[in-house]
Design a protein. Structure first.
Length: 185
């Protein structure tokens, strides 16, 4: 396990991501970020990678995708001194919302955002823990853009390139920043 975060932060972060075979179903290699969240030193290195990237020019807000995008996104927003926008699963937000349905690896889902979460012209970074098929991030982007925001970049800890999501997002014109790639879904 890598112990020196200054040598190669991405490898240090990678070394703290657990692979869980056959979860949530047979044949899937689940990339579990909870070990890196549990270690305060690794968590700091992780957050610093995003904070340094978005420090200048600073976005107007960070939007986090339900649920692990909340963990990273809210801390990054706090460190940058900007607002945080939660994009939640359908039925979890108490105010007026807009929604977007998308396809997952194992079915479909719907996400929502409050109609007053961003203002037209706001520059927003959209964050999640990983990019698989790209459906969740694309849905979040559509919601923010429907409200008039400009999604300047999508960001994630992990990219699973074999599932094609990052390619699909880039082809749609979304700039992406990821820290770690894992081959083999």
């Amino acid at each position: 396990m890598a112990t020196d975060p200054s040598a190669a932060p991405a490898e240090y972060i990678r070394s703290h991501i657990r692979t869980v075979p056959d979860w949530p179903e047979r044949g899937v290699m689940f990339r579990d970020i909870t070990p890196l969240l549990a270690n305060p030193r690794v968590f700091r290195v992780l957050i610093d990678q995003f904070v340094h990237r978005y420090f200048s020019p600073r976005p107007d807000a960070i939007a986090g995708l339900d649920a692990r995008g909340f963990i990273i996104g809210s801390v990054v927003a706090y460190e940058l001194g900007i607002g945080f926008v939660p994009i939640r699963k359908k039925g979890k937000l108490p105010f007026t919302t807009v929604e977007e349905t998308y396809e997952l690896e194992y079915g479909s889902a719907t996400v929502e955002v409050h109609t007053d979460a961003v203002r037209p012209g706001d520059r927003v970074v959209l964050i999640d823990d990983l990019i698989a098929t790209g459906g969740t991030m694309m849905a979040g982007r559509k919601l923010l853009e429907r409200l008039g925001a400009e999604v300047i970049e999508g960001a994630a800890i992990v990219d699973l390139p074999e599932l094609g999501g990052s390619k699909k997002l880039r082809e749609s014109g979304l700039a992406l920043f990821t820290l770690v790639d894992f081959e083999g879904a």
